[in-house]
Structures are given as C-alpha cells and as structure tokens.
Design a protein around this ligand. Structure first.
Ligand SMILES: [Zn+2]
Length: 306
C-alpha cells in the first residue's frame, strides 16, 4: 500500500491512510486503551496506545509538570490523559509525517485555538510541509527544553526524508537514564521500512546515532511489533539466547503484556536487534554478505518478505 501512496498527491494519500487506519482499528476504538507509566528521576513517560498498534507518549518534567506529547494521532485521548495527570501540555513532538503519527497535529492545534486559557501549542518536527501545524522545524542537534528536561533532535532520514528522533535527558547529568522517542526508525528488535531513503541512511541512524547513546537509555518506539520482529531476529540468529528469551516472553504475553515490553533500552537493542548487529558475523552470514552496509540492505529485504 505504501508504494502506491507515495505516487499519489500528499493530501489524497493522507486521506486514504486515515481511512485505512480508522477502519482497521475500529473495534479497538470503542473503549480507551490502557496507559502504562514509567517514572524516572526527572521525567515521567506515559505510553498511550492508539489505533491498532501505534504508541503516543506523554512526556512530563517531574520538577515543573510541563509536558510534551509525541505523535498524538488521537488528540482527545491525549488531552484526557494530560488532564488526569494534571500537567501543563504545550509542546507536540512529531517523529514523521505519516498519518498514523502526525495525523492528529492539526486537530490538537485547533483544540488549543478554541481554548486560549491553555496557552500556545508549539509543534516540532522535521522540515517537511507534509507535517501539519509545524511551528518549529528542527534539524540535527537542535535542542530545546520541556520544563527542565533537555531534548536533542536526531535527524534519522530513511523511513521518511524528514524523520526525527528525540533524545531527552534530565536537567542534571546525574538524573539517571534518558529516553529516546524513535518513531518508525527503531522498533523493539526491528527498524522501519526504507520508504524514502537508503541502507546507508538507516546505518547512520541505527549505528552512527542511536547505538552511541548510553546503553541504559529507554527506547520508546512508534509501534508494538514485538512478536513479528523477534521471530525474524530468532530466524537470523537462532543461537542468540537474549532474543529467544524475549521472543518466548512476547509470545506468551497478551496485548497489554507485549506493550509492556516497551520501553526497550539501547543496551538491549544492541543485544537482540539484528539491524543494530550488522557487524556480527552471525548476522552477516544469514544474508551471505561481508560488510555491515550490504548486510543492512539484505536484511531489510529479507524482513520485507518475512
Ligand atoms: Zn511511518
């Protein structure tokens, strides 16, 4: 479907995608899906399931109660969770333009215009006219704050040309692990499809940028794909005990249990995610390649057919 959508005018493809996601997630929309909250020293992250298998995230600075939302495709649900938590939500972070991530931007902006008492909503995202409501076009290494939390933008083009990951740290260096919101670049045990980029770009994103974050960094990804990704990982590396253990856990879990596997960590991804392990001889051997870059390309092609 995605290849076809890339050929259509943007507005039309956004409408068709909206229709697709609305129909495919209809049965799940009848009751709010369960949120899961992780409290860290300086920040609290609430994972809010959306549509069929997407995640939206509410990021709150513990010290100031100021908050940002990542990819609010269901804006009313986000506002409900923000109200429950008593936080001040004035920032929206967009990972990329696809409808299941950015499709709620304009509706959330409209709610803020209708309710001036809430203050302004700043909308961050890559420099791309396909993203609705943008007020802050960000680039590699741009920084801003959410309360006292420090956010650094990582440009990770490949899934889309303007994809951004957001790396968040506490105000002080001793504030414990940071968090990275990876959209459709890095998933638990997987990575996004290369719709608008090259294997080199995904290599730069996964190996150059994300692998160099501290191992304890929490990884908040855009979708719940644990079982499919881990099954592929176990096929590529049947002797990887970490992958086998996590796959067993994922297969035994119900939907809520699988969602609880997110956040992953950068350290865990380096142990189980074959796309972050393209230097490993075991991974290279599976696709019969000898360089990390060729391995990245061949692995993605193999996963697309898996
Ligand atoms: Zn996407």
């Amino acid at each position: 479907m995605s290849a076809l959508l890339n050929l259509l005018p943007h507005r039309l493809s956004q409408r068709l995608t909206a229709l697709y996601f609305t129909v495919s997630s209809f049965s799940l929309q009848r009751r709010p899906q369960t949120t899961q909250t992780t409290a860290m020293a300086s920040m609290t992250v609430t994972k809010i399931p959306a549509l069929k298998d997407n995640f939206m995230y509410l990021l709150v600075c513990n010290a100031t109660r100021q908050a940002a939302v990542v990819d609010p495709v269901e804006p009313d649900r986000v506002l409900e969770v923000a109200r429950e938590q008593g936080c001040q939500l004035n920032q929206l972070l967009t990972t990329h333009h696809h409808w299941d991530h950015a499709g709620g931007n304009e509706a959330l902006c409209a709610r803020y215009r209708e309710n001036p008492a809430w203050g302004e909503l700043s909308v961050y995202g890559g420099d791309d006219d396909r993203i609705g409501g943008l007020t802050h076009r960000v680039r590699q290494d741009d920084t801003f704050t959410v309360g006292r939390l420090r956010v650094r933008c990582l440009s990770t083009p490949c899934h889309t040309t303007s994809h951004i990951c957001y790396y968040v740290q506490g105000a002080e260096d001793g504030d414990g692990p940071g968090a990275v919101f990876t959209g459709d670049t890095l998933f638990l045990a997987g990575c996004g499809r290369f719709f608008e980029g090259t294997p080199q770009q995904m290599y730069d994103a996964l190996i150059g940028q994300l692998s160099s974050l501290p191992d304890e960094t929490r990884v908040y990804c855009g979708h719940e794909y644990a079982v499919q990704n881990l099954r592929f990982g176990a096929t590529v590396e049947p002797d990887n005990a970490d992958t086998r253990a996590l796959l067993e856990q994922a297969q035994q879990a119900d939907l809520e249990g699988r969602r609880a596997l997110v956040p992953s960590t950068i350290g865990q991804e380096k142990r189980i995610n074959v796309f972050m392990r393209v230097h490993q001889p075991t991974v290279q051997a599976f696709v019969d390649r000898t360089t990390p870059l060729d391995t990245m390309q061949a692995l993605r092609a193999a996963k697309d057919k898996f």
